[in-house]
Design a protein around this ligand. Structure first.
Ligand code: 13P
Length: 254
Protein backbone atom coordinates (compact mmCIF):
# COMPACT_ATOMS: atom_id res chain seq x y z
CA UNK A 1 0.00 0.00 0.00
CA UNK A 2 1.41 3.40 -0.89
CA UNK A 3 1.61 6.51 1.27
CA UNK A 4 -1.31 8.94 1.33
CA UNK A 5 -0.20 11.53 -1.19
CA UNK A 6 -0.55 15.19 -0.49
CA UNK A 7 2.66 16.27 -2.18
CA UNK A 8 4.84 18.72 -0.29
CA UNK A 9 6.55 21.22 -2.59
CA UNK A 10 9.06 23.16 -0.56
CA UNK A 11 11.59 25.84 -1.46
CA UNK A 12 14.67 26.50 0.66
CA UNK A 13 16.17 29.83 -0.32
CA UNK A 14 19.21 29.34 1.93
CA UNK A 15 21.07 32.66 2.39
CA UNK A 16 19.40 34.30 -0.60
CA UNK A 17 16.53 36.74 -1.26
CA UNK A 18 16.32 39.52 1.30
CA UNK A 19 13.00 41.27 2.04
CA UNK A 20 12.85 43.34 -1.16
CA UNK A 21 13.67 40.36 -3.37
CA UNK A 22 11.26 38.17 -1.42
CA UNK A 23 8.37 40.57 -2.12
CA UNK A 24 9.26 40.64 -5.78
CA UNK A 25 9.54 36.85 -5.88
CA UNK A 26 6.03 36.38 -4.48
CA UNK A 27 4.52 38.89 -6.90
CA UNK A 28 5.75 36.72 -9.74
CA UNK A 29 5.26 33.33 -8.09
CA UNK A 30 1.66 33.93 -7.00
CA UNK A 31 0.77 35.10 -10.51
CA UNK A 32 2.16 31.83 -11.90
CA UNK A 33 0.92 29.45 -9.19
CA UNK A 34 -2.85 29.12 -8.72
CA UNK A 35 -3.94 28.08 -5.21
CA UNK A 36 -4.53 24.35 -4.83
CA UNK A 37 -5.84 22.38 -1.91
CA UNK A 38 -4.27 19.07 -2.92
CA UNK A 39 -0.66 20.00 -2.18
CA UNK A 40 1.37 21.75 0.50
CA UNK A 41 3.46 24.58 -0.96
CA UNK A 42 5.99 25.90 1.46
CA UNK A 43 8.97 28.29 1.55
CA UNK A 44 11.92 28.63 3.86
CA UNK A 45 13.12 32.22 3.33
CA UNK A 46 15.92 33.72 5.39
CA UNK A 47 14.40 34.77 8.74
CA UNK A 48 14.83 38.47 7.92
CA UNK A 49 12.55 38.01 4.91
CA UNK A 50 9.69 36.36 6.81
CA UNK A 51 7.79 39.60 7.42
CA UNK A 52 7.97 40.52 3.74
CA UNK A 53 6.94 37.00 2.76
CA UNK A 54 4.05 37.03 5.19
CA UNK A 55 2.83 40.37 3.86
CA UNK A 56 3.07 39.15 0.27
CA UNK A 57 1.11 36.01 1.18
CA UNK A 58 -1.65 37.72 3.17
CA UNK A 59 -4.31 36.68 0.62
CA UNK A 60 -2.77 33.29 -0.08
CA UNK A 61 -3.14 31.09 2.98
CA UNK A 62 -2.40 28.11 0.73
CA UNK A 63 1.31 29.00 0.72
CA UNK A 64 3.07 28.31 4.02
CA UNK A 65 6.28 29.54 5.59
CA UNK A 66 9.10 28.08 7.63
CA UNK A 67 12.56 28.92 8.92
CA UNK A 68 15.83 27.27 8.00
CA UNK A 69 17.16 26.76 11.50
CA UNK A 70 16.39 27.48 15.17
CA UNK A 71 18.13 27.29 18.50
CA UNK A 72 16.49 25.16 21.17
CA UNK A 73 16.29 27.77 23.94
CA UNK A 74 13.20 30.00 23.97
CA UNK A 75 15.18 33.20 24.47
CA UNK A 76 18.17 34.73 26.20
CA UNK A 77 21.81 35.59 25.63
CA UNK A 78 22.38 33.60 22.42
CA UNK A 79 23.63 36.20 19.97
CA UNK A 80 22.75 35.49 16.38
CA UNK A 81 20.25 32.73 17.13
CA UNK A 82 16.52 32.44 16.54
CA UNK A 83 14.05 30.72 18.88
CA UNK A 84 11.00 28.64 18.05
CA UNK A 85 8.52 31.07 19.71
CA UNK A 86 10.03 33.95 17.72
CA UNK A 87 9.84 32.00 14.48
CA UNK A 88 6.20 31.14 15.22
CA UNK A 89 5.40 34.77 16.02
CA UNK A 90 6.93 35.80 12.69
CA UNK A 91 4.65 33.43 10.78
CA UNK A 92 6.72 30.25 10.48
CA UNK A 93 4.89 26.95 10.74
CA UNK A 94 7.76 24.67 9.73
CA UNK A 95 11.44 24.43 10.68
CA UNK A 96 14.27 22.75 8.80
CA UNK A 97 16.45 20.80 11.22
CA UNK A 98 19.81 19.32 10.36
CA UNK A 99 20.08 20.62 6.82
CA UNK A 100 23.31 19.30 5.35
CA UNK A 101 24.77 22.83 5.26
CA UNK A 102 24.08 23.14 8.98
CA UNK A 103 25.77 19.80 9.55
CA UNK A 104 28.71 20.17 7.18
CA UNK A 105 29.39 23.92 7.06
CA UNK A 106 28.46 24.79 10.65
CA UNK A 107 29.29 21.53 12.38
CA UNK A 108 25.83 20.78 13.71
CA UNK A 109 25.83 17.44 15.51
CA UNK A 110 23.22 14.72 15.81
CA UNK A 111 22.58 15.52 19.52
CA UNK A 112 21.96 19.13 18.52
CA UNK A 113 19.43 18.07 15.91
CA UNK A 114 17.70 15.97 18.58
CA UNK A 115 17.37 19.02 20.83
CA UNK A 116 16.16 21.18 17.96
CA UNK A 117 13.47 18.73 16.90
CA UNK A 118 12.32 18.58 20.54
CA UNK A 119 12.15 22.38 20.77
CA UNK A 120 10.26 22.64 17.49
CA UNK A 121 7.65 20.09 18.56
CA UNK A 122 7.29 21.57 22.03
CA UNK A 123 6.83 24.99 20.44
CA UNK A 124 4.00 23.71 18.23
CA UNK A 125 5.81 23.95 14.89
CA UNK A 126 6.53 21.19 12.39
CA UNK A 127 10.06 19.84 12.08
CA UNK A 128 11.45 18.87 8.70
CA UNK A 129 14.40 16.65 9.58
CA UNK A 130 17.01 16.64 6.82
CA UNK A 131 19.23 13.59 6.38
CA UNK A 132 21.70 12.50 3.72
CA UNK A 133 25.09 11.01 3.02
CA UNK A 134 28.21 12.50 1.38
CA UNK A 135 29.70 11.12 -1.81
CA UNK A 136 32.51 9.39 0.11
CA UNK A 137 30.00 7.77 2.40
CA UNK A 138 27.93 6.59 -0.56
CA UNK A 139 31.02 5.23 -2.35
CA UNK A 140 32.00 3.40 0.80
CA UNK A 141 28.59 1.70 0.79
CA UNK A 142 27.59 3.52 3.97
CA UNK A 143 24.73 5.68 2.68
CA UNK A 144 21.99 3.87 4.60
CA UNK A 145 24.07 3.60 7.76
CA UNK A 146 24.77 7.34 7.70
CA UNK A 147 21.11 8.20 7.20
CA UNK A 148 20.18 5.78 9.98
CA UNK A 149 22.69 7.49 12.23
CA UNK A 150 20.98 10.83 11.62
CA UNK A 151 17.46 9.46 11.87
CA UNK A 152 17.42 6.93 14.69
CA UNK A 153 18.52 9.23 17.55
CA UNK A 154 15.69 11.63 16.67
CA UNK A 155 13.07 8.93 16.20
CA UNK A 156 13.94 7.49 19.58
CA UNK A 157 12.83 10.69 21.31
CA UNK A 158 9.40 11.15 19.73
CA UNK A 159 6.04 9.89 20.91
CA UNK A 160 3.73 8.36 18.36
CA UNK A 161 1.68 11.58 18.26
CA UNK A 162 4.79 13.67 17.73
CA UNK A 163 5.98 11.38 14.95
CA UNK A 164 2.72 12.09 13.15
CA UNK A 165 3.82 15.73 12.89
CA UNK A 166 7.30 14.98 11.51
CA UNK A 167 8.51 15.38 7.94
CA UNK A 168 11.79 13.91 6.70
CA UNK A 169 13.83 15.25 3.78
CA UNK A 170 16.40 12.97 2.17
CA UNK A 171 19.03 15.20 0.61
CA UNK A 172 22.17 13.38 -0.55
CA UNK A 173 24.97 15.89 0.04
CA UNK A 174 26.59 15.07 -3.31
CA UNK A 175 23.40 16.12 -5.12
CA UNK A 176 22.95 19.50 -3.43
CA UNK A 177 23.77 22.45 -5.65
CA UNK A 178 25.88 20.23 -7.91
CA UNK A 179 23.50 19.59 -10.77
CA UNK A 180 23.83 15.88 -9.90
CA UNK A 181 20.48 14.38 -9.01
CA UNK A 182 19.99 11.00 -7.43
CA UNK A 183 18.37 8.85 -10.09
CA UNK A 184 14.66 8.51 -9.40
CA UNK A 185 15.28 4.84 -8.63
CA UNK A 186 18.13 5.61 -6.19
CA UNK A 187 16.02 8.25 -4.48
CA UNK A 188 13.14 5.83 -4.22
CA UNK A 189 15.42 3.14 -2.77
CA UNK A 190 16.69 5.44 -0.03
CA UNK A 191 13.18 6.68 0.67
CA UNK A 192 12.15 3.05 1.06
CA UNK A 193 14.95 2.57 3.60
CA UNK A 194 13.88 5.70 5.49
CA UNK A 195 10.27 4.48 5.48
CA UNK A 196 11.36 1.10 6.83
CA UNK A 197 13.21 2.85 9.65
CA UNK A 198 10.12 4.95 10.41
CA UNK A 199 8.02 1.79 10.36
CA UNK A 200 10.25 0.01 12.83
CA UNK A 201 9.95 3.00 15.17
CA UNK A 202 6.24 3.75 14.87
CA UNK A 203 4.58 0.96 12.87
CA UNK A 204 3.84 0.69 9.17
CA UNK A 205 0.67 2.73 9.15
CA UNK A 206 2.20 5.72 10.95
CA UNK A 207 5.30 5.48 8.73
CA UNK A 208 3.18 5.66 5.59
CA UNK A 209 1.69 8.95 6.77
CA UNK A 210 5.05 10.69 7.37
CA UNK A 211 6.03 12.66 4.27
CA UNK A 212 9.52 11.89 3.01
CA UNK A 213 10.79 14.58 0.62
CA UNK A 214 13.68 14.40 -1.82
CA UNK A 215 16.13 17.27 -2.21
CA UNK A 216 19.21 17.76 -4.38
CA UNK A 217 19.26 19.55 -7.74
CA UNK A 218 15.50 19.27 -8.25
CA UNK A 219 14.53 21.29 -11.34
CA UNK A 220 11.38 21.84 -13.38
CA UNK A 221 12.80 19.27 -15.83
CA UNK A 222 13.22 16.41 -13.35
CA UNK A 223 10.58 17.14 -10.71
CA UNK A 224 7.79 15.15 -12.29
CA UNK A 225 9.78 11.95 -12.55
CA UNK A 226 11.09 12.25 -8.98
CA UNK A 227 7.61 12.98 -7.65
CA UNK A 228 6.24 9.97 -9.53
CA UNK A 229 8.36 7.59 -7.44
CA UNK A 230 6.15 5.64 -5.06
CA UNK A 231 8.10 6.61 -1.94
CA UNK A 232 8.82 10.25 -2.84
CA UNK A 233 6.16 12.41 -1.18
CA UNK A 234 7.52 15.79 -2.12
CA UNK A 235 10.61 17.82 -2.93
CA UNK A 236 12.79 20.27 -1.06
CA UNK A 237 14.23 22.57 -3.69
CA UNK A 238 17.19 24.90 -3.25
CA UNK A 239 18.49 26.86 -6.26
CA UNK A 240 15.47 26.26 -8.50
CA UNK A 241 13.08 27.56 -5.81
CA UNK A 242 14.37 31.10 -6.36
CA UNK A 243 13.00 31.26 -9.89
CA UNK A 244 9.30 32.09 -9.43
CA UNK A 245 8.10 30.65 -12.71
CA UNK A 246 10.37 27.63 -12.51
CA UNK A 247 9.22 26.83 -9.00
CA UNK A 248 5.60 27.24 -10.11
CA UNK A 249 6.33 24.58 -12.74
CA UNK A 250 7.76 22.31 -10.05
CA UNK A 251 4.60 22.85 -8.01
CA UNK A 252 2.50 21.97 -11.02
CA UNK A 253 4.42 18.69 -11.34
CA UNK A 254 3.44 17.54 -7.85
P1 13P B 1 19.63 22.44 -4.61
O1 13P B 1 18.23 22.22 -5.09
O2 13P B 1 20.20 23.79 -4.94
O3 13P B 1 20.53 21.29 -4.99
O4 13P B 1 19.57 22.42 -2.98
C1 13P B 1 18.91 21.38 -2.34
C2 13P B 1 18.76 21.74 -0.90
O5 13P B 1 19.73 21.79 -0.16
C3 13P B 1 17.42 22.09 -0.41
O6 13P B 1 17.38 22.17 0.98
Amino acid sequence: MSAPRTPVLAGNWKMNLGPTEASRFFDDFLAAHPARADATVLFFPPAVSLAAARAALRDRADVRLGVQNVYWEAGGAFTGELSVPMAADAGAEYVLVGHSERRHVFGETVPQTVRKVRAVLDGGLVPVLCVGETLDERRAGRAEAVVDGQLIPVLGTLTQDEAARLLVAYEPVWAIGTGETASPADADAMHRAVRARLASAYGAEAARAIPVLYGGSVKPENARELLAQPEVDGVLVGGASMDPRGFARICAAG
